[in-house]
Write a protein of this length. Sequence first.
Length: 160
Amino acid sequence: MDNRISIAQTRIGRAPLILKACGLGSCIAVGLYDPQSRLGGLGHMLLPNRPEDNPLGAEGKYVDIGIARMVDELVQAGARRDNLVAKVAGGANMFETTHQTLINSIGARNARSARQTLDRLAIPLVGEEVGGNRGRTVEFDLATGRMLVYCARDDERITL
């Protein structure tokens, strides 16, 4: 089974699966995990919020609805909602312009949407590696709940 999560996709699974999202720039990877059942999910999300007039079917594309859908899928698969914790990586400002600031870039808005959505759903954010101007790749280990973040340019590796 392929463990890679493409842009605008979410996937859930159970240990010993390791889910991987490659090439995060302004996109954000959101990992959700229930340490008791060792069920988890990872989303590679592109935009902060689904517009009101957007039809159903593109949930993985948007941070707000993508997280909510992953929570529902995890609970249906046997995770306990009260046990879920989250980790977030990405949200870089890859191409700053004079009209774009670190506060209003798509990456910053994606990170803000993730934090707000997790807060609204009462899911603790226990680790994050967001912002800056470097791309990232993440591996989310469903056996341990660890998210390994590989940072472009300087080969730094961060464990969340």
